[in-house]
Design a protein around this ligand. Structure first.
Ligand code: PMP
Length: 383
């Protein structure tokens, strides 16, 4: 089997698996306890925070550990919206954000916040000027993803962050960086981004752990009531094994970023060139997007049928994002990009990682061609 669903979850590094298991076995103290076992766990927690901060080039106390990017996004959006509601109740976002952002904002709209959904172009990107034009006196938060998890589209978050900081420094800027970190470099301290979410399992770390970068000076209303862990912004005993495992993955991803980007770009190009040779297929991504995602539709064919056919041919791909793929509805992301229901219902996402070689891509291409032939022969029977 060849696995091409890294954007849903990437296989953890051996070193991460070993580290998580070792920390579980040896360092089971509670980091809040004041005896030696607690201090030991606390030291590991501090070291992990330091490693993440150093890799991201930010300060250690700007990192909050969470149970994953779903929580990071909820905390960033609801936490900022609640904390700064006295300034206004207007939020700017798009309709193509990840469910954890889209639904958090929908929740806020239900309790009285005003939302502007800025349109995206055919490749899924917002225009900086459209975001800036949507700002009103009431705007307190802009939330955009860095890289779209279905299509790989890249929003110009650095340009938007700089413009916001220059002209609207009080507006909080949250960026969901889950699909970007490790593939697209970003200097958080210099870009006007106030909040940045990262998830462990998209970068070959463990599942169930993530972080939120919170720029110094910014305050969030905590969503969890309880202890004073994570500077009071995220109550609950820290999961030291997963945090240590993730910090390892963050460091490795940071070190390998430029090498990985070049490798993925080469593999992505092979796939894009192949898809462009099939007039029946519609490409929903491009080489301008993130290097690890390729997305195409085969209008008239059900995405699920294609996925299972490819699985029989020993390649694993995905339909929409993993979080939405069990819902039998057309992709909200593709509809948001102005694509027809037929296109939004027949999308296949291929996502790549550092273990893939050119040989693997050729095998995938072979399977895609076979899938097309099989689908064509089914049509022959129907006639
Ligand atoms: N944002 C994006 C862009 C994602 O791709 C995902 C994972 N599908 C998440 C947020 C949620 O991350 P987690 O699985 O860590 O909750």
């Amino acid at each position: 089997m060849q696995y091409f669903d890294y954007a849903a979850s990437a296989p953890p590094y051996e070193d991460v698996i070993r580290t998580v298991s070792e920390v579980m076995k040896l360092h089971y103290g509670n980091a809040s306890s004041i005896h030696a076992y607690g201090e030991n766990a606390g030291r590991l927690l501090n070291k992990s925070r330091f490693v993440c901060a150093e890799t991201l080039n930010v300060k250690p106390d700007e990192i909050i550990f969470t149970s994953g990017a779903t929580e990071s996004n909820n905390l960033a959006i609801k936490g900022a919206a609640l904390r700064y509601q006295s300034r206004g109740r207007h939020i700017i976002t798009t309709r193509t954000e990840h469910a954890s952002v889209y639904e958090s904002i929908r929740f806020l709209s239900e309790i009285g916040y005003d939302i502007t959904y800025v349109p995206v172009d055919a490749l899924g990107r917002v225009k900086t000027e459209d975001v800036l034009n949507a700002i009103s006196k009431e705007t307190i938060l802009v939330s955009l993803m860095h890289v779209n998890n279905e299509t790989g589209a890249v929003h110009p978050v650095v340009e938007i962050g700089r413009a916001l900081k220059q002209n609207h420094p009080k507006i909080v800027f949250h960026v969901d960086g889950v699909q970007a970190y490790g593939k697209i470099p970003v200097q958080l301290a210099e870009t006007g981004i106030d909040l940045y979410s990262i998830s462990g399992h998209k970068i070959r770390g463990p599942k169930g752990v993530g972080l939120l970068y919170i720029r110094s000076g910014l305050e969030l209303t905590s969503l969890m009531s309880g202890g004073s862990q994570e500077q009071g912004m995220r109550a609950g005993t820290e999961n030291i094994p997963l945090i240590v495992g993730m910090s390892k993955a963050i460091r490795l991803a940071g070190e390998r970023q430029s090498e990985l980007k070049a490798q993925l770009e080469r593999l992505q190009l092979l796939l894009l060139e192949e898809i462009r040779q099939h007039p029946e297929w519609v490409l929903n991504s491009s080489e301008e997007g993130a290097p690890h995602i390729v997305h195409f539709s085969y209008p008239g064919k059900k995405a699920e049928v294609m996925l299972h056919m490819l699985e029989q041919l020993n390649v694993i791909v995905s339909t929409q994002s993993a979080c939405s793929s069990k819902q039998a509805i057309p992709s909200r992301v593709l509809l948001g990009m102005g694509k027809s229901e037929e296109i939004a219902d027949s999308g296949i996402r291929i996502s790549l990682g550092d273990e893939h070689t050119e040989q693997d891509i050729l095998q995938l291409i072979q399977a895609m061609r076979q899938m097309k032939e099989r689908l064509a022969s089914f049509e022959g029977w129907n006639r």
